[in-house]
Design a protein around this ligand. Sequence first.
Ligand code: FMN
Length: 255
Amino acid sequence: MSENKMLSFDPASMMPADVYKLLIGAVVPRPIAFVSTLDTGNVKNLAPFSFFTVASSNPPAVVFCSSVPGRDRAMKDTLRNVLDTREFVLNIVSEEFAEQMNQCSATVPPGVDEFELSGLTPLKSDLVKPSRVAESHIQMECRLVQVVVVSDKPMGGNLVIGEVLRFHVAEDVMNNFQIDPDKLRAIGRMAGLTYAARRIDSNCSVQDRLGRRFGCLLFRSQLLNPLASNAIFKRLNPAAQSFFFAAWCQLRGNA
Ligand SMILES: Cc1cc2nc3c(=O)[nH]c(=O)nc-3n(C[C@H](O)[C@H](O)[C@H](O)COP(=O)(O)O)c2cc1C
């Protein structure tokens, strides 16, 4: 295998726009938080944020990052609304309404209702004032825990950490609290304007690789591998045993 020539960069001497391009190209795919807030005049606001992840499971908390827009605006409407009202709803984005989600990323003046702008349907929340997005299969009602200002320079970031007070999950995407990715059809943001859509690749699954790479260790355990006691299986060479163990994992739905 030919060795990759590595290029090294010092972010301190780079244009912030180039640093941004490196980051959004490298950290992929990013899930999308579709955040619904209310301003102090009760106007609904919706905006997507792909700098987003889980912050805690106990209690459940999520974090997304609203970046500093530039010299003309100190903060985005979502961040201002969250600071003013301390509430938001985080909606997971599926393929079916990706286009409408994108419309909500347009810079529109405060006071414009982005549900009306995009044609998405507002749904009353149980515990917080901002609406849920009815088209979303998973909605989380959140209360602000903390805003962490990472940097107040243009393109700097404000982390918004929210505790999830209530989950709403469409019945058909969940079984015993396990979300079926085929039914959720969530999308992730890639570099530039591209998105990752759901494609389950079993050759890429971690358990499949574990089964293949560490099969020699795992398949000796009766607990992990009932095949280990099978007379025919025992006569196979280690590579064949590893292969059959991985196949067995897949058939069981583990891979
Ligand atoms: C898929 C997608 C992901 C985005 N991710 C972010 C993000 O992580 N942080 C951010 O500040 N802006 C992000 N944006 C841009 C904001 O959605 C955009 O600035 C929007 O106008 C903010 O709305 P607001 O002013 O109503 O809060 C993203 C846009 C898209 C389409």
